[in-house]
Design a protein around this ligand. Structure first.
Ligand code: SF4
Ligand code: SF4
Ligand code: SF4
Ligand code: FES
Length: 588
């Protein structure tokens, strides 16, 4: 890209052509306050007017987030006129805001408060009527509170970009405008897949996960046998909540923190991920050998399952009948573990720490109960776990590295760890399928062909004379391409992995928010690279494991030898498999 000459505050700089004033200023070392703009134009409505600056020769102040730099441009950020206008913009936003910061879980990570600080917006100069509020808390996953919404539109764009869906849009006009599903329905009455991608970009507390911290506290108080499981992606991001650089793996400190919070047992969902591979791999081979429905599609991601049920009811027989690892771990805890430890299942309380808001919904599904007992009782997002750790006064970086509990369901392999990244479930399955078909381990262990962050990836593998065609998609926009091929009878694949969120669980809707203004200096331009960095944290943990194939997990072998008999057995089906049903999108 060609370079052009500009001046900021009278100082000359050379910057790339095509940047906005906001981006160019940032590269030159100036932070212009901004709010509605997000991620290199992913959202650039220019609506909040928080980023106003003076540009010589322009008529009036310009919104730096949408105004492109050009040769010879002279920009002034700090003039009294620009500073006062930015402050007035923030004060206007605050005048239509509930400002209930004390009770808002976004406090501490709120971009509205950040720009109020940067612009010096302190006084409530603009008083008057406020837009009527909608508080939607009908789903178990997400709360939408329009009294905190600044109408930036980031959520609207993210839903479209990630999924090609337009669940959220601007409703009403003028002063009564709100952001909502069509006709201001609840998320519960829309085809929203509850993935939380919109939550992860919202600058305020207008979209938040529905917290279950109180439920967990109540279980402790009631003297329940409270056991926790953590999903692989959590360890790759939790450190960010405590100021660590993106991609710092914090497995040992996370375990130590959970123990200090009082959990009786700290287990890893990875054990169940290994079980998932045994069940899913066996199901795939049975379908291939016995003329079953192909391609088979993975079923670990509850956002994806929601999408399939709303949009591709005709393709549900393609989904693996395996429950997700979270549910498998819960079912095994309340059955296998409870029996071995002589604890009544109803005295147990299973908590999951997940990178995902859809997991909160998943655990409520009636199909995922065994004898009317839910597999999982509460789901905390990575962000909620961080809140619990902070509230308990635990200094995270001073914690020692501790190991997961090792008894019964404590061991896991590298194959399970990579479940947290797009392509990981496929790679884990291939390691085991290769072994089952050849009787030997794949020499390289890694299946590089299925790795990466491309939206759709495919590979063909020759295993003992059998060609296995596989594909991977993440984000529903990409999944749709593969699903439409199946619908049209054009799919050449045997096995497809689909993950709801772009990047997979490492970038799930419950993960720490990625905002340069709240991150260490070295992560200042992280929007483009945070997925790859978190993925690298999981691949490095895989490399460090002695055992890297699910079928080599000794406790999984024992589970089958002593309890389930074999993968896909009657008992395994009772505990570890489920069914799906087509659903109406707009159901009110
Ligand atoms: S969104 Fe921000 S400003 Fe609004 S109540 Fe929450 S913390 Fe306060
Ligand atoms: S939760 Fe996901 S599907 Fe629902 S509105 Fe948000 S981004 Fe869209
Ligand atoms: S809900 Fe959040 S992301 Fe969506 S428009 Fe409102 S403030 Fe912006
Ligand atoms: S950040 Fe530029 S108008 Fe909102």
């Amino acid at each position: 890209m060609a370079k052009i000459n500009i001046k900021i505050e009278g100082i000359p700089y050379q910057v790339e052509e095509g940047l906005t004033v906001l981006e160019a200023a940032k590269l030159c070392g100036y932070e212009i306050p901004s709010l509605c703009a997000f991620n290199h134009g992913e959202c650039s409505r220019g609506s909040c007017r928080v980023c106003l600056v003076e540009v010589k020769g322009a008529r009036g102040l310009v919104a730096s987030c949408v105004y492109p730099v050009n040769e010879g441009m002279e920009i002034t950020i700090s003039s009294p006129k620009a500073s006062e206008a930015r402050r007035a913009s923030v004060e206007l936003l605050l005048s239509n805001h509930n400002q209930n910061c004390q009770q808002c879980d976004k406090n501490g990570k709120c971009e509205l408060l950040h720009v109020a600080y940067l612009t010096g917006a302190r006084e409530g100069r603009y008083q008057g009527a406020k837009t009527p509020t909608t508080l939607d808390q009908l789903t178990p996953s997400i709360i939408r509170d329009t009294s905190k919404c600044i109408l930036c539109g980031r959520c609207v764009e993210r839903c479209k970009n990630a999924h090609g869906m337009g669940i959220l849009g601007f409703e009403n006009r003028g002063f009564r405008t709100i952001v909502a599903p069509a006709e201001n329905r609840s998320f519960a009455n829309s085809p929203c897949i509850l993935c939380g991608q919109c939550v992860s970009v919202c600058p305020t507390g207008a979209l938040m996960e529905k917290s279950e911290i109180d439920k967990v506290d109540a279980a402790f108080k009631a003297g329940k046998h409270v056991v926790v499981q953590t999903a692989p992606a959590v360890r790759a991001a939790l450190g960010e909540e405590f100021g660590m650089p993106v991609g710092t793996p914090v497995t040992g400190k996370m375990v130590a923190a959970l123990r200090r919070l009082g959990f009786k047992k700290v287990y890893d969902t990875n054990f169940a991920a290994d079980v998932t591979i045994m069940e899913e791999g066996t199901e795939l081979l049975e379908r291939i050998n016995n003329g079953g429905v192909l391609p088979m599609i993975t079923s670990c991601s509850p956002g994806w399952i929601n999408y399939a049920e709303y949009n591709y009811g005709d393709l549900l027989p393609h989904l693996s009948t395996c429950k997700s690892p979270q549910q498998m771990q819960g079912a095994l805890l309340k059955d296998y573990y409870a029996a071995k430890k002589d604890i009544a299942p109803e005295d147990m309380f299973v908590v999951s720490v997940m990178p995902c808001t859809a997991k909160k919904y998943e655990k409520e599904r009636p199909e995922l109960r065994v004898n009317e007992i839910p597999d999982v009782d509460a789901v905390l997002t990575t962000r909620e776990l961080a809140r619990m750790i902070k509230r308990a006064g635990i200094v995270f970086h001073k914690l020692p590295d501790e190991e997961f509990d090792q008894d019964l369901m404590g061991e896991y392999t590298g194959a399970a760890v990579i479940f947290g990244v797009t392509g990981g479930v496929m790679e884990a399955a291939l390691r085991t399928v290769y072994y089952v078909l050849t009787g030997t381990e794949h020499e390289a262990i890694n299946f590089e062909a299925v790795r990466g962050l491309e939206g759709i990836r495919e590979a063909s593998l020759d295993i003992n004379g059998m060609t296995v065609n596989v594909a991977i998609a993440h984000g529903m926009k990409n999944a749709k391409v593969l699903l439409d091929e199946i619908r049209e009878g054009k799919s050449k694949y045997h096995f497809i992995e689909i993950m709801g969120c772009p990047g997979g669980c490492i970038a799930g809707g419950g993960q720490p928010l990625v905002r340069s203004c709240f991150m260490p200096y070295e992560d200042n331009d992280i929007q483009d690279t945070f997925r790859a960095k978190r993925a690298a944290a999981l691949y490095s943990e895989d490399e460090r494991q002695v055992l890297r194939q699910s079928h080599n997990n000794p406790q999984v072998k024992k589970l089958y030898d002593e309890y389930l008999i074999k993968p896909n057995s009657h008992k395994a089906h009772e505990l570890l498999h489920t069914t799906y049903k087509a659903k109406e999108g707009y159901n009110d």
